[in-house]
Design a protein around this ligand. Structure first.
Ligand code: NAP
Length: 338
């Protein structure tokens, strides 16, 4: 599993993003969600390999249920192979802890073996949650729509974490323009980032433009289109960026896998992808994509034109009414569904 010395990429060469606070975040992170089927120890080994290869940004979450094993990897490396201030470690409060954000954060800190998180996100804007490994039809009987006053109560607890010095930055995840409009109007500390699904088949141009105009960094999850996502996140209409002939042709001309091209497109488009992999060769290829020669303008344009508006993580399990469609979670007509 251990990568060879020649496999290392200089972290100083990897693009960085400046946040509204002035802090600098590495412009690619390693995802750590094992899609319900990769053993936690294998994900932790991937984090270990990624540190050695040159990654400095890690996207964690309590619901991934692997923070304690990943924490052992951080503890092993910090002060030995890397200094704490060279790492950017993110975690997320899960939907069942919107009324207990501080204790959830303290648990993640303890599990990850660190005193302060660089970034803490509200994983979803609803308190609706589901058991691990659930099916697409699973519904939480207590599920509710987005209620702004409830979200702000959670956000106020997030802000308190910054005041207490437990986290350096706070952010949102799975938000829409309609919801962010409300949050930006009422927040004392504005989100530094919004984590969102972003890949060549779901480019979310409107939301990305909105984030740019509001000085919020876009962090792109499922940057490869999550080819091994759980069954509950699949429908027969789904497309796949790695199987797109346009991407395959451009990737072939560069001698790389289309997955790597997706990562390269993300970084060159100006957002921060967090690809997941447990394969050191792929982990390295994705990091190398951030430092290799840029794509030509016509290649970038061809990938932009390949957008299919295909959302992979639809979130059906978070719906609150019988007969709803997953589109109701995403405010596609600009209004928040109730
Ligand atoms: N905020 C949220 O609600 C949310 C939701 C979903 C995901 N996330 C975050 O986003 C991260 C990434 O999303 P994801 O894991 O669903 O999907 P992804 O990064 O789009 O795809 C990961 C898959 O692509 C394969 N892959 C990676 N690099 C490759 C390469 N160079 N060549 C060929 N195959 C490659 C991996 O297989 P191998 O292991 O074989 O390389 C892995 O199965 C998650 O781990 C998590 O941290 C956040």
């Amino acid at each position: 599993m251990s990568p060879a010395a020649g496999d290392r990429i200089d972290p100083a060469a990897v693009p960085e993003r400046s946040l509204s606070t002035g802090a600098v975040m590495p412009g690619i992170g390693l995802g750590t969600f094992g899609s319900d089927h990769i053993p936690h120890g294998q994900v932790a080994n991937a984090v270990d390999a990624a540190i050695e290869i040159g990654y400095r940004h890690f996207d964690c979450a309590s619901v991934y249920d692997n923070e304690a094993l990943i924490g052992e990897v951080f503890t092993k490396n910090i002060g030995q192979t890397v200094e704490r201030n060279q790492l950017w470690i993110s975690s997320k409060v899960w939907n069942d802890s919107h009324r207990a954000v501080e204790s959830a954060c303290e648990r993640s800190l303890a599990d990850l073996g660190i005193d302060v998180l660089d970034m803490y996100l509200v994983h979803w804007p609803f308190p609706n949650f589901h058991p691990p490994h659930c099916s697409v039809d699973e519904r939480n009987p207590d599920a509710v729509p987005y209620r702004h006053e409830d979200f702000m109560e959670t956000w106020t607890q997030m802000e308190a974490l910054v005041s207490r010095g437990l986290v350096r930055h706070i952010g949102t995840s799975n938000m829409t323009v309609a919801k962010l409009d409300l949050v930006l109007a009422d927040a004392s500390i504005r989100p530094s980032v919004n984590q969102m699904e972003l890949h060549p088949h779901l480019q979310q141009t409107e939301l990305r433009t909105y984030l740019r105009e509001n000085n919020i960094e876009a962090i792109g999850f499922c940057p490869i289109g999550s080819p091994h996502r759980p069954e509950r996140d699949r429908t027969p209409d789904d497309t796949s960026p790695v199987d797109d002939p346009v991407l395959q042709q451009i990737a072939a001309s560069h001698g790389v896998h289309p997955a790597t091209l997706c990562v390269k497109w993300a970084v060159q488009s100006g957002h921060t992808p967090i690809p997941f992999s447990t394969n050191p060769r792929n982990i390295r290829a994705n990091l190398e994509a951030t430092v290799s020669a840029p794509l030509a303008d016509d290649e970038m344009e061809a990938i932009t034109a390949a957008d299919r508006n295909c959302r992979m993580i639809k979130g059906q399990v978070f719906l609150w009414n019988e007969g709803q469609k997953w589109q109701d979670l995403w405010d596609e007509d600009g209004t928040i569904a109730m």
